[in-house]
Design a protein around this ligand. Structure first.
Ligand code: NAD
Length: 256
């Protein structure tokens, strides 16, 4: 790769096969859109049947696979399907949940187990399955959260799960690097998504006013899914060819 390489070539994903978990809406849908724009063949693995296909109406549509990422057979089938009988090039571990945890004293083991299963264990499995089909070269992006860095009252289990993803990112990057598989993570700030809107009232009860927080950053910008998608595109493209095992914080500068 030389400095003379065309900029358009560095973000050209044509011929690449990508899997986006939870790509049906929110941040995952925005990432899917950017990957499609860059020419990738994208498969969405999502457990929500009400996928709004009009989101992608001006693009080559992504394929949709009904998949609960916590069910191993469904996850394996989704990864294999996305690879289309050949190699997989890109995995975006985006699907995750963030119901309020409640005060630490009241958090049950069942709640923590469920949170870790969806937000960490499934990402581990997806990364392993995807890496098996990546051959020599590929990119994995894990969607963590600024909650991993700063914690937060009432979201202890969520913060714990998202911090674990950073360790996963470093470990996989280290081990898979020799196969030129790059593994990075993004920590989004507060982003205006359907999931956040659904949680708004419950989070408010925990003392988190997400709408007040959404523009509480030095840029005074309300967090939009596409801001995360642009960072994801950077991390899967050759623009970031020498970057692996890193956490990219995308929060308008909100986190110290
Ligand atoms: N919105 C934010 O403010 C914010 C901030 C930091 C990190 N994040 C992280 O970004 C990711 C996406 O968040 P979002 O706000 O876009 O969420 P969202 O709820 O709007 O969308 C999440 C998507 O994941 C799918 N999904 C959930 N559980 C699944 C499962 N078990 N199997 C398959 N698909 C599943 C849902 O159906 C949905 O389409 C999550 O990992 C979240 O923790 C979000």
């Amino acid at each position: 790769m030389t400095v003379n390489e065309q900029l358009s070539n560095l973000i050209d994903l044509s011929g690449k096969r990508a899997l986006v978990t939870g790509g049906g809406k929110g941040i995952g849908a925005a990432i899917t859109t950017r990957l499609l724009q860059a020419g990738a063949e994208v498969t969405i693995a999502d457990n929500d049947e009400t996928l709004h296909t009009e989101t992608f109406k001006d693009l080559v549509p992504p394929r949709f696979i009904h998949c609960d990422i916590t069910v191993p057979e469904q996850l394996t089938a989704a990864v294999e399907d996305a690879a289309g009988g050949s190699n997989l090039d890109i995995l975006i571990n985006n699907a995750g949940i963030y119901p309020p945890t409640g005060p630490i004293a009241e958090v049950s083991d069942e709640f923590v187990t469920r949170m870790l299963d969806i937000n960490v264990r499934a990402q581990f499995s997806a990364s392993r399955e995807a890496a098996n089909l990546m051959g020599n070269g590929g990119a994995i992006v894990n969607i963590s959260s600024i909650a991993a860095l700063r914690g937060g009252a009432g979201i202890s289990a969520y913060s714990t799960s998202k911090a674990a993803l950073i360790g996963l990112t470093r470990a996989f990057a280290n081990e898979l690097g020799r196969r030129r598989i790059r593994v990075n993570a993004i920590a989004p700030g507060i982003i205006n998504t359907p999931g956040l809107n659904e949680q708004n009232e419950a989070l408010k009860a925990e003392g988190l006013d997400v709408y007040a927080a959404i523009t509480a950053n030095p840029l005074r910008l309300a967090g939009e899914p596409d801001y995360i998608a642009r960072a994801a595109l950077f991390l899967v493209s050759d623009l970031s060819v020498f970057i692996t095992g890193r956490l990219l914080v995308v929060d308008g500068g909100a986190t110290d």
